[in-house]
Ligand binder design. Sequence first.
Ligand code: NAP
Length: 275
Amino acid sequence: MIILDGKKYRDELLERYKETISKEKLSLGLSIILIGNNSASEVYVKNKVKYSTYVGINTQIHRLSEDVTLQEVLKLIDKLNSDSSINGIILQSPVPHHIDFDSCIAAISPKKDVDGISASNIFSLYQNKKTILPCTVKGIIKLLEHYNIDIEGKNITIIGRSEIVGKPLALALNNRNATVTLCHSKTKNIKDITSKADILISAVGKANFITNDMVKEGFIGIDVGINHINGRLYGDFNYEEVKDLASYITPVPGGVGPMTIAMIIDNLIELKRME
Ligand code: NAP
């Protein structure tokens, strides 16, 4: 069994991005909008700032209070859209209930959509045209490519159909000629489906969801899940149970998560080159 070491690959990529930015004298600016006091968001934003600053991106956080109005958020996005020193805008989710996340994303210029979630980027993905991929999707594909794992012709089962992971991932893998099955909470006989998968990707958010009777021998396992239990981090796989059946597997932590963060930088460089 080979561990798909996202953390190691992220570190290699960071060095590569740092060199590219310095050699090509790329002037890059990233703005992160953080609303309210969500402790998980604080950690994510801290890491985004840490790695993007490390590679030489001018990164700023715009902290807005919990009671900010939608108009105020849209006004800030508008200002950042027209600021030529800013190449990427992230609206950290979740946002408070009274803020319509979709309206805010729609307001972000697709040219600064570093998360790859704007309607025009998603439509390009739908049409199999060049696009900025959502970071987790791109991170998974890059990790598979890094380990020379072919996507074409593979039976890939994804569990979870979120707009940020499952759905765009299904499209992106289909665009790369995989045969994709997208499962969700209403899927019947899920074990019959997962146990036929060459590559099994879980984005459910339930610890120990994938057990040894759900996988086939030699499967490639990609665990997107992030589950905090008693201060420890777990994925969706019952790792101890399934690891010996896998040919390749991502650990949690240290698999998909680090790749997701690295892809923010990857996307930002791509956006800059498309200017
Ligand atoms: P989500 O919005 O939390 O939705 C969960 C998905 O799992 C839904 O599509 C749901 O089906 C499906 N599901 C729930 N119970 C199920 C069951 N018993 N059988 C089959 N499917 C079931 O999805 P998400 O935002 O993609 O997050 C999923 C997990 O990935 C979370 O743990 C999240 O923290 C993690 N995540 C990690 C990264 C990373 O970089 N590592 C990035 C993003 C998310 P329905 O649609 O039918 O409700």
